[in-house]
Structures are given as C-alpha cells and as structure tokens.
Design a protein around this ligand. Structure first.
Ligand SMILES: Cc1cc2nc3c(=O)[nH]c(=O)nc-3n(C[C@H](O)[C@H](O)[C@H](O)COP(=O)(O)O)c2cc1C
Length: 700
C-alpha cells in the first residue's frame, strides 16, 4: 500500500507540479488582493435596521436618477446612476447614501496574476489544464495523507513529532501535514470552480408569486445584494438576495415572481470565496500563508522527484512472467555492478530475469528463483535500501508456491561482522517450508571478481545452466564529473592529520556528508566524514591507515584533487530545538567539528591529550568533555556516559538526540551504556530510539 501511495504521489507531482508551482506563486500574490481591498473599503456599515425603502429615500436626495445599486464582497455600495454632481458608477456611504471617492485601483499585477492563475494566458485550453492540475493536486493531497499515515504507523499517530533532519524531505512532510486542511480546501474548491465553468449554467427555478404582498419597508439592506430599478416605470424592480431573485411591482406593492438561485450557484459562490478569500479577510491571510507553503512544497517535491529520477537507473517493478529475480542490497552501488552483469548473463541465455533493489522486493507468487546479492553496512547492518526487508520477508514470500533461492554476501573482512546482514537474510529465508536453497551460502570479500565467478559456477552447476559473466563489467569504474577540492591547510599529529579544504560554493555541503576519494590507480572510493565550516571550506580529520589516507596525507599545500560529495542526510545535526549529545572517538569527531552549537555537548575519547590539539580550535571550551585512555586518569567515552548519567537521561527524556561517530568497538561500548541508562530511567530502549532517529550512528 505504501508503494501505491508513493507512486500516486510521484505521478501527481510530475503531472501537476509545474502548474501547481505557478498557481501557488500567483496564488500568493492574489491572496494579498482581498486584504488590500478590505483595507480599501470606504462605504462603512449599514445600520442594522436600515430598510431598503429608507435607503432608497436617502439615495433619492443624492441622485437625480438611480439605475441600480449593489453591495460588493467588502461591503462597498456601488450605485449606477446620475448624481447631483457626478454620474456613472459611484461609491456611496452605507448609512447616508452620500457620494464618495471611488476606491483606489489596485496594481495591474493582480489582473496579470489572475489570468495566469486561471488560464495560463491560454484562455479555454489553459482553463482545462489548470482544472486538471487542480484535480492532480487533490490526488497529491490524498496520496500525501496516505504517506503520512504510513510513515506515522497509523491514523492516530499522524501528528506525532517529525525530526527535521533533512529540510527537503522532513520539512516537506512537516509543513504539508500542518497545512493539510487549507490545501484540501484550495484543491477541492479550485477543481469545483474549474468544472462548474464548463458545466451548463442551471436556470433559476421560478415560483409565480402573483398577489403576494411584500412591503419593501420591511426588507433590511443587510439582506440585499443588488437592486435594479426599471427603465420603464411599469416594469418590475428586481432585488437580488443570497438565495433568490425577487421581481416586485412597485405600483401594487406586490411580488410578481421569485426566482430561486439553484444550490449549485450558491455552492459556486461559496467555493469562490473559499478559493479567493473574497470578502473573508482572515481567511485570505491563511490562503496567503498556504500559497507560500505550497511554493515550498512544490519546490522540494520537485527536488525529491529529480533525485528519484536520478536513482531510477534500475527497475522498480518487474513483469509477472519473470522466473528469476535478482534482488540487490546496496549502499554505495558496487553490488549493482555484479547484479547487472548477472542479469545480462541470464538474458544471453534467453531466460526471463529482472534485477531490482531490495527496497522493491515484490510479492512472490507461484514458483520463482530469487538470487539475493547484498552488502552489509555499519556493524553488520542492512545497507540503506534493505532496511525493511527482514520485517517484510514473511509478507513478501508467504503467498508463493515454491521459492528457490541463493544468497551471495558482499562485504569486507576488515569489518568484524563480515557479511552479517546477508547471512541473517539467508537464515530467515531458510526458515520457510516452501523455500529451497540452490547453492551453498557464499560471500564476496572486497568485491572480489574471482569469488563472484565461483558463485556463478555453483549456480550453473545447480541450475544446469551455462551462465557466462563478462569480467570487464565487474571491475569498478570511476564516477564521472568529479569536483575539485584544494588543500588550504594541513596539520599533523602522529599518524593523524587535519586538512582544511577549499571547494566551490555551488556544492552545498552539510556537516555529516561524506567525501568520496579515489586513491591513485584504484577505482574503489574511500569515504571520509566532512565538517563543513563555511560555504566554501570543509575539514577532514584522517588517520593514516592505507593507500587512500596516505595519498591525501601526502598532498602538498595548494594542491587540488578530484573527489565527489556523497550526501548522508541520516547523519545531519537535528534542526529542531532539542539538545544533542555528540559522542566520538579518534577521527570520528570530524563531522562534529562543523556541528558545534549552543544545543550540543561533545564527548570525545582519544589516546593522548596531544591528539586533541589537532582539532582543539574547532571546538568550544564549553560543553566539550575530552577523555584520554593513555593518560594518568585513563578513561573512555563510555565512562563519561556513566559519570553524566542523569544529564544523558534528562536529554533523552526531553526529545534530545545522541549522535555517535567513530570506531565500531567504541559504538558497542557506548550502546551498552546507553541501554543501561534507558532501562534504569524507564526510557524507550536503544532500538526504539534508533528507529525514532534519536540515536544516529555513523561508525566504521
Ligand atoms: C562504513 C562502512 C561500513 C561497512 N560495514 C561492513 C560490515 O559490517 N560488514 C561487512 O562485511 N562489510 C562492511 N562494509 C563493506 C561493504 O559491505 C563492501 O564494501 C561492499 O562491497 C559495498 O557494497 P555496496 O557499494 O553495494 O553497498 C562496510 C563498508 C563501509 C564503507
């Protein structure tokens, strides 16, 4: 169902986005108009007991002849007639009937905006397009509400707090749910007004009322919208009210007929006021704010669609007649190289196959072969696109007749939990009665082509196929269009060094993002956490451990190298006003050097005091607690947690966030202490806090 809402939301954004953007911008301008017009009101108010006859008498003193008079949405009385001094359309005082100056004309920008808003300057075809765009906005709202419910985990939780980690995504969600009611009203009334314009106008229902006495001196001016006086004395006078039109014979003081304004016309008037704010000053303010929010929503919506588009190099849906499905779990994209080569090998044999990301795991029906190629991240965790797979596995495959599967783990033996996620997924698949493993569980260390080909051989043996993969496709290639970065400053301490690096201000870098760097003669990038200290400067803090770190550490001052920015929004400093505790050891402090704020506290652990000198000038003296494991009073960051247990519990109890960056060993120790704190203080568990985004981890 989530996929359904996402697709509907995505499709409606693409179809209607541009028009909604224009409509929102012009809507912002137009929403100012009712407010200006209401400021402009000059006629004042009728006395509540002023009757039509009394008002006509007042007008007869000021006018030689009156053809008609009407009240506009702002209460101004407009008289068409010949006054004692002026003639034409004249505004009069609501109480005395005296002629006034006409309200000032508003800027032509309103007329231009109105034309653009209603018809894109394209007359009828434009009106049709705008009507369809309003309808798409209705779908956007419906699918957006569906997504909110899904994200919150139920209707009741829909207004639970959202952490703004990424302005684009979370700001979009926050503002859209806050403004959902006015957006619904704008969308529905806009669609209604567009549709009704093309529908034939229904005639008024006429009731003959000959003979009904109707003394005009009982009719109050507050009920009257417009009065038209007859040109020929014997003709009837017409009085327009909100829901009817009266035809009145002056001579006999009797009604001739009553025309009832149909409900649809009354609805149109209501929708018009709701959509334009005409006559509703406070509502016009809401419309103005909502239009501003909609400009933001369409802008961020487009950015997200654009991002998706870029990621859509791989399929999301697979055809029903595909027998073999390759499911790919990947964080940085390397596993896809192997999956694509495998897909191609199957296609060469004319076997129907499809490779999809694990986030698009389809519901399996009938008999299928699943080949799962997945990497492992963090400390044995699922890669980014496979976070929900284990929880959803049952629902995805329980309806199948027979699932033959093979899991191939991609990882690195440098990590203690080597291919742990692949292994976990494989064990879960083995639990079912209708699943059957077709090859032994195998792994690929550091994208080894030889190990991958070994697995393909095992697959061939089991399936009696002759799949041949093209090895050249398996070797990594460097990304194109890398950006340039220049070394501005370098400081070294032992085997660790700090680089201050200059970059173009076009790169909107945020602390927590990663810099992907290729070592010389290698096509596999290494990632380094970034501290962004100004729009054109960042800082890296790196320990010399191998090829890439030595390459960076040996670059001379002033030298420029090529690298690319990898966004890492799950490790951004929270933008709400809650407190943040940042925990790091060693070079893990790097992203936090760009996140210092009055809301943050830093716990850092290193070997010796001198190690902290490298970055000392980037951290404040307040709220920074540094501990050293090889000094006289030896301590680790975990010990800081224990020492400040009450403060940590208080922070977690006050919607605070804990961010952890550094080694996996440190992470283990920190999480164990945090678990103690949460249990002791009856707070949500570490797992729940992780799911809520209140414990953020970037460890390696
Ligand atoms: C920050 C980080 C954490 C990692 N954690 C693990 C891990 O816990 N276990 C493992 O076997 N491999 C780990 N790896 C290695 C990746 O799984 C391996 O490089 C894989 O080939 C990447 O494939 P992908 O680009 O498709 O995600 C990690 C890599 C990085 C950069």
């Amino acid at each position: 169902m989530n996929k359904f809402w996402r697709r509907l939301h995505f499709l409606s954004t693409v179809v209607a986005g541009l028009f909604i953007f224009f409509a929102s911008v012009t809507g912002c301008i137009l929403a100012v108009e009712p407010w200006l017009l209401s400021q402009n009101a000059v006629s004042g108010q009728h006395k509540s007991d002023l009757t039509l006859t009394a008002f006509q008498e007042k007008l007869s003193v000021e006018f030689l002849e009156v053809f008609s008079f009407e009240k506009d949405a702002y209460g101004n009385i407009k008289v068409e007639g010949i006054g004692n001094e002026k003639e034409g359309t004249l505004f009069v005082n609501a109480e005395t009937g005296k002629v006034l100056d006409a309200p000032k004309k508003l800027s032509t920008i309103f007329d231009l905006s109105r034309d653009l808003h209603r018809s894109l300057f394209l007359k009828t075809p434009g009106r049709i397009i705008v009507g369809l765009a309003s309808l798409a906005l209705v779908f956007l709202v419906i699918s957006g509400i569906g997504l909110h419910i899904k994200r919150a985990g139920g209707l009741k939780a829909i207004y639970k707090s959202i952490k703004i980690l990424e302005l684009k995504r979370d700001g979009h969600a926050q503002l859209s749910r806050l403004f959902v009611i006015p957006i619904v009203i704008i969308a529905v009334s806009g669609t209604y007004l567009s549709v009704i314009r093309f529908a034939p106008k229904p005639a008024n229902e006429t009731i003959t009322a000959k003979g009904n006495e109707f003394p005009l001196n009982k009719l109050l001016m507050s009920e009257v919208k417009k009065v038209t006086l007859p040109v020929v004395e014997e003709d009837p006078l017409t009085i327009e009210m909100a829901d009817k039109l009266l035809h009145y014979d002056k001579a006999s003081e009797k009604l001739i007929k009553i025309e009832v304004v149909p409900i649809s016309e009354q609805m149109r008037a209501l929708n018009f006021s709701l959509h334009t704010g005409e006559g509703l000053k406070s509502w016009a303010v809401v419309l103005f704010l909502t239009s501003l929010v909609m400009v933001f929503l369409s802008f961020t919506g487009f950015q997200m669609v654009g991002q998706k588009w870029k990621q859509k190099k791989h399929k999301a849906i697979i055809a029903d007649d595909v027998d073999t499905i390759i499911l790919v779990g990947s964080e940085t994209g390397h596993t896809w190289r192997f999956a694509d080569a495998l897909e191609e090998a199957y296609q060469k044999l004319n076997i129907k196959v499809s490779a999809v990301g694990l986030e698009n795991f389809p519901r399996i029906i009938g008999k299928k072969t699943l080949l799962v190629l997945t990497s492992t991240y963090g400390d044995g965790d699922a890669p980014e696109n496979a976070q929900d797979v284990l929880a959803q596995l049952d629902a995805k495959i329980s309806g199948a007749e027979l699932v033959q599967y093979s899991v191939l783990g991609f990882g690195s033996k440098e990590y203690p939990a080597f291919c742990a996620f692949a292994e976990e997924l494989r064990n879960e698949l083995a639990r079912f009665r209708h699943t059957q493993e077709i090859t032994p569980y195998m792994t690929v260390d550091n994208q080894s082509v030889v190990q991958f080909i070994d697995w393909v051989r095992a697959l061939n043996k089991s399936q009696k196929t002759n799949l041949t993969v093209n090895p050249t496709k398996l070797h990594p290639v460097r990304k194109k269009g890398l950006d340039s970065f220049k070394i501005l400053e370098k400081k070294e301490q032992g085997d660790t060094f700090l680089l201050r690096i200059g970059h173009s201000d076009k790169l909107k870098i945020q602390s927590g993002d990663l810099l992907g760097v290729y070592p010389p003669d290698e096509n596999i990038e290494r990632y380094y956490s970034i501290a962004s200290i100004s729009p054109t400067e960042l800082i890296l803090l790196i320990k010399r451990t191998g090829l890439c770190s030595n390459f960076l550490g040996n670059l001379p001052l002033g030298y420029s190298f090529e690298a690319y920015l990898k966004r890492n929004p799950t490790f951004y400093f929270p933008t709400d006003n809650s407190p943040v505790l940042m925990i790091a050891n060693g070079t893990g402090v790097a992203p936090f050097l760009g996140m210092q704020s009055t809301r943050s506290t830093l716990y850092w652990g290193g070997k010796n005091r001198i190690d902290s000198e490298l970055f000392r000038c980037y951290i404040s003296d307040n709220n920074c607690h540094l501990v050293f494991s090889r000094e006289e009073t030896s301590a680790y960051v975990q010990d800081l947690l224990e020492k400040n247990e009450t403060a940590v519990a208080h922070l977690l109890g006050n919607q605070g966030t804990i961010m952890i960056c550094g080694s996996l060993t440190m992470l283990k120790g920190v999480l164990a202490r945090l678990e103690d704190v949460t249990t002791k203080h009856q707070l949500p568990s570490v797992d729940v806090l992780k799911k809520q985004g209140r414990i953020l981890i970037d460890c390696y």
